[in-house]
Design a protein around this ligand. Structure first.
Ligand SMILES: Nc1ncnc2c1ncn2[C@@H]1O[C@H](COP(=O)(O)OP(=O)(O)O)[C@@H](O)[C@H]1O
Ligand code: SF4
Ligand SMILES: [Mg+2]
Length: 388
């Protein structure tokens, strides 16, 4: 059969193979699953720069202490022809340390998903073009990898969960077969049946054996989301990319899934790239926040600092657009205007047509990333004047 959609190619189904004994799994709530590493982000304990990045590479995006698990430098991903490029991602730099959760936040159309998909080269090229930049995952240059290396990377190093479980779950195979197949491919000495049930229990399925026998359409939206998370965890990824995983869910289920992901990150010690358009969701989730606008990062820093003292007018706008429970139920103000399409990026600061602080310099000169502190950066000429 053919894969129903592109991201499903992450999990090629053979549905063959034999059951082997469990030898490698670690413990989670008494179950044998995952790697079992500490909750807080780990620093570079191996004492060397294993991803090959110079230790003094751009410090604004390098979290203090240790070398990153993932280092993205000047990433540029275009669509369209070289003569008429669609610059979806236009020079992005950030790092993710082991066990760290990093949020990527911005309105729809800013380039978050293209950035995320590029990390494991999930965007087929063509139509995508990886025009420039570098993606270093551990010691590997992702942009130079061959097909075999990419398959390993996608199966057992970087896993994805999406807004729509239909992108990940194959409708014609039972949940248990899909999860078991990933375990068979990437964890040869683990019993797929035992591990599948453990994973389904870990993501909160009340009757994991029954869920393993179910087809995706027999599950509710929230349960499908949990099954997709179990599928993503089946290869024991070091990095989980969660692209707006709760956007399509109702508020109660959304809270449950957020809580589950937080717990998994803490207990399994995975690094996570958390993508959302809602800055309000990152508070309890992320160690660091990267704010993206029109293909570039415009602010970066530790979550608490960015939320309490934003240093870019766009971040302020996103904060004011966060829906909050107010006594009068009034709609809170957001940001006037819309994100420009990648084919119509304004000259000067990309945010200037929407910025309440814009002045003459902003219309002509694009700001470089300004150093706010050793761990923070802002792409605003006047960041000192920005006040929440
Ligand atoms: N296959 C494609 N062809 C052309 N343009 C694309 C393609 N995929 C994404 N884009 C464009 O890239 C920009 C960023 O998209 P995306 O990363 O999906 O935004 P976000 O996830 O922040 O909402 C958008 O303007 C979108 O239209
Ligand atoms: S550089 Fe100017 S237009 Fe851009 S965000 Fe700062 S004040 Fe606003
Ligand atoms: Mg998106």
């Amino acid at each position: 059969m053919t894969a129903p959609s592109q991201p499903f190619s992450l999990w090629p189904l053979r549905l063959t193979g034999t059951v082997r004994s469990t030898t490698r799994a670690l413990f989670f709530n008494g179950e044998k699953v995952g790697r079992g590493v500490p909750a807080e982000p780990r620093s570079g304990t191996r004492g060397r720069n294993e991803n090959g990045c110079a230790p003094d590479a751009p410090t604004l995006h390098r979290p203090s202490g240790g070398y990153p698990l993932l280092a993205v430098r000047d990433l540029q991903v275009h669509f369209g022809s070289p003569a008429n490029p669609i610059r979806a991602v236009d020079g992005v730099d950030f790092d993710i340390r082991e066990s760290e959760t990093v949020a990527l936040v911005g309105e729809s159309g800013c380039g978050k998903s293209v950035t995320a998909m590029a990390l494991a080269r999930l965007l087929p090229a063509p139509p995508a073009r990886y025009v420039a930049g570098r993606i270093r995952y551990r010691s590997m240059d992702v942009l130079a990898m061959g097909d075999k290396q990419l398959r390993t990377l996608r199966g057992s190093e970087i896993a994805y969960i999406f807004q729509d479980p239909a992108n990940a779950l194959n409708p014609v195979f039972r949940i248990g077969d899909q999860i078991g197949e990933v375990i068979r491919l990437h964890r040869r000495r683990t019993d797929p049946r035992v591990e599948t049930v453990a994973l389904l229990r870990m993501v909160g399925m009340a009757d994991p054996e029954r869920t393993a026998r179910a087809y995706p359409h027999q599950l509710s939206g929230g349960m499908q989301q949990r099954a997709m998370i179990a599928l993503a965890l089946a290869g024991q990824p070091r990095l989980l990319v969660a692209d707006e995983p709760t956007t399509a869910l109702d508020v109660t289920i959304q809270a449950q899934i957020l809580e589950l992901l937080q717990k998994l990150q803490r207990d399994l010690g995975m690094a996570m790239l958390w993508i959302t358009h809602n800055l309000g969701l990152v508070a309890g989730m992320a160690h660091r926040v990267n704010v993206m606008y029109a293909g570039r990062l415009v602010e970066s820093g530790p979550t608490r600092e960015v939320l309490t003292h934003p240093r870019h007018p766009y971040t302020c706008g996103l904060l004011h657009a966060v829906p909050q429970l107010s006594g009068h139920g009034e709609r809170l103000s957001g940001i006037d205007g819309v994100v420009p399409p990648p084919t119509r990026i304004p000259a000067g600061c990309r945010f200037h047509p929407r910025c309440p602080l814009a002045r003459a310099l902003c219309r002509t000169e694009e700001p470089e990333l300004q150093t706010v502190s050793t761990t923070r950066g802002s792409r605003c000429h006047f960041w000192q004047e920005v006040d929440k």
